[in-house]
Write a protein that binds this ligand. Sequence first.
Ligand code: AVJ
Length: 369
Amino acid sequence: MTNLAGKTALVTGASRGVGHASALAQARDSFAADVISGLSARRKRLAPKYFYDATGSRLFEEICRTDDYYVTRSETALLRNIAAELAAGIPEGAALVEFGSGESGKTRLLLDAAPQLSAYVPIDISADVLDEASARLARDYPQLSIAPVVADFTGHFRLPGAVDGRPRVGFFPGSTIGNLDRDGAVLFLWSARQVLGAQAALLVGVDLVKDEATLSAAYDDSHGVTARFNKNLLMRINRELGGDFDPEAFDHLALWNAAHSRMEIHLVSLKDQLVNAAGHTFAFRSGERLHTENSHKFTVDMFTRLAAEAGWSVSNIWISDAPQVALFRLEPALGEAFRRVPTGGTRPESSEPIGCPQSENSQKIIFRS
Ligand code: AVJ
C-alpha cells in the first residue's frame, strides 16, 4: 500500500494483473462474446455492467439528478444524517473497502465522519475512473492510505497486503446489490465476508419495495434519461463492435415483476428487423424484448434472510424518508465457521477463521430522513 499524498504518480498499476492495453482488449473480447451469446439466446439479454461506458456513466449521473429517480437522493440524505452513527461503529485504524467505488462520491460522507480510518481500498472495474477518484481523495485526505484495486467486485480478488491486520469495514452503497439475482447476491455477500475477514462489518445500501407508480417512474423518468441510458447500450455495440442498431427502432420498457420483486428494463423491437454486430446477424421480431437490467427491491425481512444465507447477521438498519431506501450494517454471524456453502456456486477460498460475537443491538431499526 502506498499513501498517495504528495506523490505525482498513482500506484494502481501494482494491483493490476495485466497491462492497461491488454486489459482493454480483454474487456472488448468478453463484451463481444456476451453480445453474441446474449443476442443469440431464445430470450435476448445483456448484463447491465455494459451500460457503463463513458457515455453511459454520464447518463447514469444524469438519471441520479432527475426528480423521478429517488434512490441516490434518498440514500445520500440518509448517509448524511447517520454518518456519525456509522462512524461510531468503525474501529480505530480500520480500512474501508468499497465494492464498485466509481467516483467515490458517497464515500466522502464516511471519510469525513470517521477520521479513525487509516486506509481506503476502492475496488472498481474501470481503471480510469479509479485513478481519477484516488487522485482526488489523496489530495483531500492526506492522512489516509489509498490502495485502489482494479477488479470486478463480483469476482475473485485479494486485498492489498498492507491492510493485513487492520479491521475492515466493507461499503456497498447505491442498491447495486439489486442488480444481482438471488444466488449472485448470496455469493457476493459470502465472498465479501471471506475478503473482509473475522473482524469485519459490511454496510450495504438496499432499495425497498414500494408502490408501483413510484418504482415505474424511477425507471422511466419523464425526461427520458433512463430511455437514453438503456438505448446507449445499442449505440455502444455500434461503436465498439461494428454494430448497425437503429436506436429509433427500439422502445425503452420498464416494468415491475412482482413475482421476483424487481424492476426490469428492456428494449423492445418496434418491427421485424435484422441487426449486425460483432460479425454476426441477429433477428428481432416485432415486439421482441432485449432484457438489459434487473433491479431487485427488498423488504427488511427479505434482505435479512438473504444476508443470513451468506453468513451475516444484521446489527443495524437505518431507513430514509420516503421514497424509502435502507442501509444495513452487517456483522459475521456467530458460528459461521460451521456453515455450509451457499447455493448456486462454489465456495470461495477461505483464508481466515470466521466468527465474531454478534452485536448486542441486533435488529434495531432506525427511521431517519
Ligand atoms: C446503479 C444498479 C443501482 O438499479 O437503480 C438506474 C441502475 N438503472 N436506472 C438501479 C439504474 C436504471 C441502478 N443501479
